[in-house]
Write a new protein. Structure first.
Length: 199
């Protein structure tokens, strides 16, 4: 009888015990997701553009230096830019797009002939081309460095379509990449290995 009474009391205590609250899995999942997420990058659009531009500058200058001046007049076919014309096309575009689209002052350190679209590509002297390329990349870099976040977001007309100052600067960088590939092919066809690919 006593045993039966104890079993009855035990059963009642189980029935009357407070129910355990379900775990808040949403909060736990959020914590786990946060912990698994990679940390945000410390870079900015400006610093990323400058890093890319710096790498382009170095590659163009090294490749232009590695190419013998005797190959500067070489072109793969009639009506296609020669080695020197591609280099000066880049220098003129770096200067010209930034000056005309962004409406900034011409660079004081550059010869006006370097950003004259009509005549820049007629420059064939290796030393002058190296100077023009270096100055053009430095100029774009200074403009990027000096542009505020508000300025980067400003609307501009880029060859008949609306974009931002940032978009125009990105076009300059993309244009350099396009012709770097062309210049690498030109070098290879003239038996010159791009310096950064040697070894």
């Amino acid at each position: 009888m006593k045993r039966r009474h104890l079993l009855l009391l035990a059963g009642m205590s189980v029935l009357t015990a407070p129910a355990c609250e379900p775990a808040d899995t949403g909060e736990a999942e959020a914590d786990a997701t946060e912990a698994a997420a990679p940390p945000p990058s410390a870079t900015t659009v400006r610093s990323e553009m400058l890093a890319d531009l710096g790498e382009l500058r170095e590659k163009y200058l090294r490749l232009a230096d590695a190419m013998p001046e005797s190959a500067y007049g070489w072109r793969p076919a009639e009506g296609v830019r020669s080695v020197s014309e591609v280099y000066m096309h880049i220098a003129a575009a770096n200067f010209g797009i930034v000056m005309s689209v962004l409406e900034v002052q011409p660079p004081t350190m550059a010869d006006p002939a370097w950003y004259d679209f009509q005549n820049a590509e007629s420059i064939a002297d290796k030393m002058t081309i190296g100077e023009a390329l270096a100055a053009s990349f430095d100029y774009v870099g200074e403009v990027i460095q000096g542009a505020s976040d508000t300025r980067l977001q400003e609307a501009v007309d880029l060859f008949g379509r609306e974009t931002s100052v940032r978009g125009a600067l990105l076009l300059v960088i993309t244009h350099c990449h396009e012709h770097l590939g062309q210049s690498i092919a030109y070098a290879r066809m003239n038996g010159v290995t791009p310096p950064w690919s040697e070894g």
